[in-house]
Design a binder for this molecule. Structure first.
Ligand SMILES: Nc1ncnc2c1ncn2[C@@H]1O[C@H](COP(=O)(O)OP(=O)(O)OP(=O)(O)O)[C@@H](O)[C@H]1O
Ligand SMILES: [Mg+2]
Length: 270
């Protein structure tokens, strides 16, 4: 389970997002996201929720360095983000594995690209395959694995770069409920063990409250006629070993749900 309720460390924010906006399609295009400001301390597990089109993936792609912001500033560990970096590992819903490489070769890919010594590549590969419980499948190809196993490989591949920030966009969205729940538990453990800062986009409010110590609720989007923005940042002051049936858990879930659905109701009646 994540480390929750601990005092905020007196270290610089891992991620500083200041008044970020994104307009797609040139000066006359759609303002997809506007005025997004958020500090994420090192070691936090932050989930981002909100209705479809509110800008969650846009924000994540900017954090990843895949997309430039139109205005505003973004720093990770005090450095401006100017492009993708192995320091910021990204996991999407579609696993993005190299189909022609085995599990071990997929996981070793990043460390090899970084020209690490052979022993270190081997150590990271073995360690991260073990961290996601795939020791017996190291020599298989992605096509020989289930969706849940492929997503495990995708996570191990990113962790092998020892990123300080893990960016995940609906990583468990395509998985069945049982596999999803197992991977949630594994991710919480990996977060606890590595202290990596995690930003995790999900459509599941329950998943967000289960995993994170803060939930960023976004609203807006083109279909609402206003740019995507942060409506509220909800603290999740729950401890480890969370119970999804506890009154505290459900109170937070209800609050977030009302923020997400209030907007849908407003739009539907307009
Ligand atoms: N490459 C693009 N070009 C033009 N518009 C885009 C592009 N990517 C996203 N948009 C628009 O920006 C807005 C935000 O999209 P984004 O994908 O960030 O939403 P989201 O919150 O991730 O949605 P979902 O929950 O459906 O994944 C939407 O209106 C979308 O149509
Ligand atoms: Mg998205």
């Amino acid at each position: 389970m994540p480390r929750i309720g601990r005092p905020r460390p007196a270290i610089p924010a891992a991620i500083r997002i200041n008044d970020l906006s994104k307009r797609y399609g040139g000066p006359d295009g759609v303002l997809a996201m506007d005025g997004v400001t958020l500090d994420i301390p090192a070691g936090d597990f932050v989930c981002v929720v909100g209705a479809s089109g509110c800008g969650k993936s846009t924000l994540l792609r900017i954090l990843a360095g895949f997309e430039d912001a139109t205005s505003g500033t973004l720093t990770v560990a005090e450095e401006p983000v100017t492009g993708p970096s192995p320091e910021r590992g990204v996991v999407f819903q579609d696993y993005g594995l190299f189909p022609w490489l085995t599990v071990a070769e997929n996981v070793a890919y990043g460390p090899r690209q970084s020209r690490l010594q052979r022993d270190e590549v081997k150590r990271r590969t073995t360690q991260n395959i073990a961290a996601v419980g795939l020791e017996r499948f190291a020599n298989r190809y992605p096509s020989e694995l289930s969706g849940g196993m492929q997503q495990r490989v995708a996570i191990a591949r990113v962790l092998a770069n020892q990123p300080s920030v893990l960016l995940m966009d609906e990583p468990f969205g395509a998985l069945d409920a049982l596999t999803r729940s197992t991977l949630q538990t594994e991710l919480a453990r990996i977060h606890r063990d590595t202290g990596t800062t995690v930003v995790f986009v999900t459509h599941s409010i329950e998943e967000a409250v289960y995993l994170s110590n803060r939930v960023v609720v976004m609203q807006g989007g083109a279909s609402h006629g206003i740019p995507g923005h942060i409506a509220e940042v909800v603290d999740v002051p729950l401890g480890e070993n969370r119970s999804v049936t506890s009154p505290e858990f459900n109170e937070i879930k209800r609050h977030i749900s009302s923020l997400v659905h209030a907007e849908l109701t407003t739009t539907a009646t307009e």
